[in-house]
Design a protein around this ligand. Structure first.
Ligand code: AMP
Length: 112
């Protein structure tokens, strides 16, 4: 999508600090980290949020979780939180499906 920030990052029009990339997804470091390690993992296909995952586009979600598993292991991270905000009231500010991977500090529950 031409006016989507994360689509522009995928296209290389906006720089990012990449941690991993393949044909289906991209992982990069969040510009405003909320933990010592804060990665975002996004599908290359524009899916607006986890509220519109369907049988037709859900395979990339499974793939992303495989990538998160592998990437965290490579980074030596064994304890982490995965978050996907859906909708403004839930904290979503970028309308392109993304999974936050947060690690390196104790997490509280429930999240704010
Ligand atoms: P959310 O608020 O759940 O939609 O998450 C969007 C995330 O994208 C936030 O944590 C932002 O800090 C992050 N973000 C926004 N712009 C950039 C950027 N150019 N590079 C990396 N992360 C970004």
């Amino acid at each position: 999508m031409s006016d989507c920030l994360f689509c522009k990052i995928i296209a290389g029009e906006i720089p990012s600090n990449k941690a991993y990339e393949d044909g289906q997804c991209l992982a990069f470091y969040d510009i405003d980290p909320q933990a010592p390690t804060h990665l975002l993992v996004i599908p290359k296909e524009h899916i607006p949020s986890c509220g519109v995952v369907t049988p037709e586009n859900s395979a990339v979600v499974a793939h992303i979780f495989e990538v998160i598993s592998r990437l965290t292991a490579q980074l030596g991270i064994s304890q982490f939180r995965v978050v996907s905000n859906c909708g403004e009231a839930a904290g979503q500010s970028v309308p392109h499906l993304h999974f936050h991977v947060l690690a390196g500090r104790d997490m509280t529950w429930p999240p704010g």
